[in-house]
Design a protein around this ligand. Structure first.
Ligand code: NDP
Length: 401
């Protein structure tokens, strides 16, 4: 019987609380708090309709550590599930330390004024969480999250040693809009326009954003162009699996998305430095976010599937082998179950699973942890049971180049 506080009432937060409400034997009390309470109330109404469960709601500015600490002291949850934006990570971790509460998130901290995400800021909380006897679990979404667990599953069950790892993220969904992002537009565009970076022989190799692509035939989606990108799990996987010589991350983008993005970049709309407009400072990317469709609004119109997985090559009993571990998720099924499309679903479900394993004590520790540091088996079991079934396929050869 555990009490959980979820912060952030976007698409991911909505899926997570719906799934928690479907598992009240683990989550006996659920509160959803966010910057604007009416969003929490709308999610609460949908949860009640779909599951019959009543959840609490609250308004909180999670950038305000004192206010968040006061909310935690009032609710006294066993765990905070942070599904707000990466900007809030450190403030929420500070509030958790102040109130003595465990912490989980799905995306690593990023400063607002610098398009740079890395774990160093959150790993620096290791001693404080350890001394407080608390646990922080970082990156319990799909990627990072499930892809990190696929890697530890591969190492535990399929390969004695992993030499190369490719993470493939394909969204084959169509939302019918000219241009929209499937999760927070500001975070998404900052990520996609960052220089590409991959890990090779103990160092980072950088290149221009979206400069390296190849086509891959994704099961139930078809052939898609995927682009080499930097993604945060590369950093933690390189740290926790020093045996892996090369780790890369690939994401698919359609030509129309890239064309719009190029124009927006060329005209300065993706800038994150302030410009003066009618005497007031605005950040062009934040203004762009305000005019783009909210990711949560794409649910009713999105159809097609996501296919995300890991391809690992290494040695098993002295032989070279390649294994592909992947999940396929249907946008319409996700919407029918939770009222949200598959990108929110594939993040919100693993957030619920990570939270469940922490609350049940199946994943436990004191300090700050990444997903690949725990036994993958209970997480993999729950993926199969809670809407994200996975498959393993042996491939003849590693990814082309
Ligand atoms: P949304 O933008 O839809 O939702 C974010 C929510 O957080 C909004 O409800 C927003 O409030 C709220 N929020 C923003 N600032 C604050 C604040 N200061 N205090 C309290 N609440 C705040 O994003 P998503 O649901 O798509 O994504 C949620 C998180 O999941 C993000 O961190 C994203 O990076 C991460 N993610 C991780 C993935 C993974 O696989 N690991 C994949 C996809 C997303 P308001 O509605 O008022 O703006």
């Amino acid at each position: 019987m555990s009490k959980v506080l979820v912060i952030g009432a976007g698409g991911v937060g909505s899926v997570a609380v719906h799934k928690m409400a479907m598992n009240t034997e683990i989550f006996s009390s659920i509160t959803l708090a966010s910057r604007r309470k009416f969003k929490c109330d709308a999610v609460a109404e949908s949860v009640k309709e779909r599951t019959g469960v009543t959840i609490g709601t609250a308004e909180i500015d999670a950038d305000d550590v004192a206010a968040t600490t006061a909310l935690l002291e009032k609710i006294r949850p066993d765990l905070v599930v942070n599904l707000a934006l990466p900007y809030q990570d450190l403030a929420i971790m500070d509030a958790c330390l102040a109130a003595g509460v465990n912490y989980l998130d799905t995306a690593n901290y990023e400063p607002r004024d610098e398009a740079k995400f890395e774990y160093s800021w959150q790993w620096a909380y290791q001693d404080r969480f350890k001394q407080a006897g608390l646990m922080a679990l970082l990156g319990s979404g799909f990627d990072p999250g499930v892809t990190s667990v696929f890697t530890s599953y591969t190492k535990k069950h399929l390969l004695d040693r992993i030499d190369t790892l490719d993470i493939l993220d394909c969204n084959g969904g169509d939302h019918g809009q000219h241009f929209a992002t499937n999760f927070n537009p500001e975070i998404n565009i900052r990520e996609v326009t960052a220089p590409s970076r991959h890990w090779a022989n103990g160092e980072w190799v950088e290149g221009p954003a979206l400069s390296h692509k190849q086509s891959f035939d994704f099961e139930q989606v078809g052939p898609k162009n995927m682009y080499l990108m930097y993604h945060e799990e590369l950093e933690s996987l390189a740290k926790h699996y020093p045996e892996i010589k090369r780790i890369r991350f690939w994401m698919t983008f359609g030509d129309a998305y890239l064309k719009h993005l190029e124009v927006l970049q060329n005209v300065g709309m993706t800038r994150i430095d302030p410009v003066i407009y009618e005497g007031k400072e605005i950040i062009p990317l934040q203004f762009l976010k305000a005019v783009l469709p909210e990711p949560a609004s794409l649910g009713p119109t999105t159809h097609g599937k996501t296919n995300i997985g890991t391809i690992a090559t290494g040695e098993k009993d002295g032989e070279q082998k390649t294994f592909y571990v992947y999940n396929i998720c249907d946008h319409e099924d996700a919407y029918a179950e939770t009222g949200n499309q598959a990108v929110s679903y594939t993040t919100g479900v693993p957030a619920m699973i990570g939270a469940a394993l922490m609350l049940q004590g199946k994943w436990k520790g004191e300090g700050v942890f990444n997903m690949e540091q725990f036994d993958p088996d209970p997480f993999m079991d729950m993926l199969n049971k809670h809407g994200l079934p996975w498959q393993v396929k042996e491939l003849d050869a590693p990814l082309a180049f």
